[in-house]
Design a binder for this molecule. Structure first.
Ligand SMILES: Cc1cc2nc3c(=O)[nH]c(=O)nc-3n(C[C@H](O)[C@H](O)[C@H](O)COP(=O)(O)O)c2cc1C
Length: 469
């Protein structure tokens, strides 16, 4: 099913394509269910919409949210979603994905406090004091993708020939030690304490997209380690850290954005069928979620894919990053994958508020799919990523008019991803061009350098492998 750009004017045209491709993507005309209440962490949320975590690469060098960061969140808060899931925020300096990633520590705590205060205030001003906005901070260590000074400084949980080659890592590149992982648990707990002081309602131990905690879930080949090999060992970091936060940080809930399907072949991917990496096997993710549920997770964000490997799995798009090929997969196949995996997790945990994603590619037609998913109890909450950057007022527009303005929706052009890749401030270069066009231009220039470095790295890795043989 070859790739195709979005060109569907209305629901009927989209339905015809879905039927042609023989996919299971439900649609509903009545979208009112998206404005029904839902209870999360004993709070009644006014609608089903969530702003998904979106790394902005616009923090100050010390990790503090900048004016541009605060602008992004103010726009999200005024947009009308009931929950904002704040972006990947480092818990240690060496875990930053680039020098402008947010980093929560005692020195930056007050910057986060201001961010939370201004975000809540923006929502209260627009919707009144009863608008119950829930705020979750995503905590992370970037692991093999760490670049705290702008150059790769990978900390890996296990060797992975597919991803090692991209970074030019030799087979003797050291693994992060068990004692470092023990200590890192403490860093997550300390960061959670600071997040509570800053005013967040909950924290998310990010366990998706190939970053450290996600890589640990798939650390089948990590030798002689309490964090590798067996299922119990691989989930130890996430489970133990969650328990410690729950016990040690009162007044804050803990959750995770969990990759339920990495798409990397066994023994390097989590949630993957051992004989066929093209097919998920949700056996282990379901066992893990059962444990997390016992630690009182009041909500669960799910994700899939590893952007560095198959970016279209997590975010179906029209145009790839500069220099990358278009995938040989119709974006609707990607959307259907998202919906299927989300509904399988929701079915396994019917009372757990599960957050699904992957809707932005559907443009102005996404509410029909989202409503059908909620109506059929295939998901509880609808997360929007790129759409939140392009059209932050989408919830208000839907509430007021019942439809979205086709001229304002995300066009899935990958420019925001390109900006993140280049470590430039991230926003919508199409619909928020006055602020971000110039950043995109810089990112485009940087793309050439990144490509050159990647080619050199891949060549060097290839030569290294030949020499070893
Ligand atoms: C620029 C950019 C930054 C992102 N940053 C994060 C992040 O910090 N944490 C995370 O879990 N996902 C992140 N994502 C993934 C999104 O949250 C979301 O899962 C993905 O874009 C698919 O949803 P969409 O189709 O609505 O965009 C990012 C995506 C983009 C495009």
């Amino acid at each position: 099913m070859p790739h195709e750009r979005f060109h569907f004017k209305d629901r009927a045209a989209l339905e015809r394509k879905i039927a042609d491709l023989d996919l299971e993507i439900p649609l509903s005309d009545d979208i009112s269910i998206l404005f029904s209440h839902v209870v999360v962490a004993r709070r009644v949320l006014p609608n089903r919409f969530i702003v998904l975590p979106l790394e902005g690469a616009d923090g100050d060098p010390d990790g503090r949210p900048s004016e541009l960061t605060r602008r992004r969140y103010k726009r999200f808060a005024e947009g009308g979603a009931s929950l904002i899931w704040f972006e990947a925020t480092a818990v240690t300096a060496d875990g930053r994905s680039h020098p402008r990633q947010l980093w929560i520590n005692p020195k930056t705590r007050d910057g986060f406090k201001r961010l939370v205060k201004e975000t809540r205030l923006a929502a209260h001003r627009k919707f009144g004091p009863d608008h119950n906005l829930l705020l979750i901070l995503q905590l992370t260590h970037s692991g093999r993708f760490a670049k705290p000074e702008g150059r790769p400084a990978p900390l890996i949980a296990q060797h992975n020939p597919l991803l090692d080659a991209k970074l030019g890592l030799s087979p003797d590149h050291p693994l992060i030690s068990d004692s470092a992982l023990d200590a890192l648990q403490g860093d997550y707990v300390a960061a959670s304490g600071l997040a509570r002081e800053a005013g967040f309602d909950g924290v998310d131990i990010k366990a998706c997209h190939g970053y450290l905690v996600s890589e640990l879930l798939a650390a089948f080949t990590r030798p002689d380690s309490r964090y590798g090999g067996s299922f119990e060992n691989r989930i130890r970091f996430l489970v133990d850290t969650s328990e410690k936060i729950k016990v040690g940080v009162r007044g804050l809930f803990v959750t995770s954005r969990l990759s339920v399907y990495d798409s990397l072949p066994y023994p390097y991917g989590f949630g993957v069928n051992r004989d066929d990496p093209g097919n998920p096997d949700l056996g282990e993710p379901v066992r893990l979620i059962r444990k997390l549920r016992n630690i009182d997770f009041p909500i669960l964000g799910i994700s899939l894919g590893i952007p560095a490997s198959q970016s279209h799995y997590g975010r179906p798009y029209d145009k790839p990053l500069i220099g990358q090929e278009l995938p040989d997969e119709h974006p609707l196949v990607g959307v259907a994958r998202w919906l299927r995996l989300t509904s399988e997790i929701q079915k396994a945990f019917p009372t757990l508020p599960v957050v699904g994603a992957g809707y932005s590619w559907l443009r102005h037609l996404f509410p029909h799919v989202a409503a059908a998913m909620v109506e059929r109890e295939k998901v509880s909450l609808i997360g929007l990523g790129r759409e939140s950057l392009a059209y932050p007022g989408w919830v208000n527009a839907l509430a007021a008019n019942g439809f979205l303005d086709q001229r304002k929706v995300c066009v899935c052009c990958s420019k925001c991803s390109q900006m993140l890749r280049a470590g430039r401030p991230v926003g919508c270069a199409v619909h928020d061009a006055e602020t971000y066009q110039v950043e995109y231009r810089e990112a485009r220039k940087r793309a050439k350098e990144i490509r050159r470095t990647e080619r050199k790295t891949a060549r060097a890795a290839g030569k290294g492998r030949k020499r070893k043989v």
